[in-house]
Ligand binder design. Structure first.
Ligand code: URA
Length: 287
């Protein structure tokens, strides 16, 4: 980053606008870290440094040098790689309950998204519900609250649920990615691959009668298809869990997409009516 002193005040607003457009919407630390200053002590010749601190010396008017890097809590570097994806598969398989899976995710250090997110966003709603909705990844509001779909698109999802007589006491909601990607960028294919076993096990443990994938990424991942959401939506598919259970799955449009394209709400409405009919049929077939 450019040192503050080199930025002309006239350019500061422009620079902040550039950051905002690039998706940078929050500071990672309360205090900026001056990486140039951090290196300064290393350049002082050893002989010039007193071996014992001279406590009688007058206090220096300068700011004390930044704490050496090793004094700060180390942020484990998680380089996403195939080994982490393999580890994620083993860990997810070992979870025997939703609570265990949540704890495993909270302890998992193999996905770098965890280190820029404020909270793990695991799920919301009723884990005993007949229906589970899976979105893509938490946004800013979800990251702050640690709950999925609580921002603008979450409020639309709540209205869509209400339209077919559901709410968060009768539905369960989660995401493919449980940590907010910085600046809401798209998760990389490897990050998605690392998170995949956790959401697959999540669905398997929750064992809903009906699964709804919200938008392109979760539809492609959970139905293992390359076909886009516009062709997939409205048609029942099957999600096969790692253990081989087949769950009827309805792909539909993501609420964030509907906020940008309100004319397509009628398509989502048709999908939700089909979901309501399916839930009714499954309920009747049990009695
Ligand atoms: N979009 C998603 O896909 N998930 C959320 O939780 C919020 C917005």
């Amino acid at each position: 980053m450019m040192p503050k002193s080199q930025i002309h005040p006239d350019h500061l607003a422009e620079l902040l606008r550039f950051y905002a457009d690039a998706g940078v919407d929050e500071a990672m630390e309360d205090e900026p870290i001056n990486r140039f200053e951090e290196r300064a002590p290393a350049q002082v010749p050893k002989a010039a440094a007193p071996s014992v601190p001279d406590r009688s010396a007058a206090p220096s008017p300068q700011r004390p040098p930044a704490a050496p890097a090793e004094a700060r809590p180390a942020m484990p570097a998680a380089i996403p790689d195939e080994a982490q994806a393999a580890r994620a598969r083993d860990l997810a398989r070992s979870a025997g309950s939703l609570a265990e899976l949540k704890q495993l995710l909270a302890d998992f250090d193999g996905c770098n998204l965890k280190y820029t997110a404020k909270n793990l966003v695991f799920a919301d709603g009723n884990p005993e519900a007949d229906i589970m909705f899976v979105g893509e990844a938490p946004g800013r509001d979800e990251d702050l609250e640690g709950l999925p779909f609580v921002g603008r698109s979450g409020r639309l999802l709540d209205r869509m649920l209400a339209a077919i007589g559901l709410d968060r006491t009768t539905a369960y909601i989660s995401n493919v990615i449980p940590w907010r990607p910085p600046g809401n960028r798209d998760p990389s294919p490897l990050e998605t691959e690392i998170c995949r076993p956790f959401i697959e096990r999540h669905i398997e443990l929750m064992n809903p009668k009906v699964l709804v994938t919200l938008g392109n990424p979760s539809t492609k991942l959970l139905l293992r298809t390359q076909t886009g959401i516009m062709r997939m939506r409205g048609n029942w598919s099957v999600h096969a869990t790692p253990g081989g259970v087949q769950i009827p799955t309805m792909p539909t449009l993501h609420p964030a997409y509907l906020l940008r394209n309100p004319a397509h709400k009628k398509l989502a409405w048709r999908d939700f009516v089909a979901i309501k009919v399916k839930l009714r049929q499954l309920g009747e077939s049990r009695t």
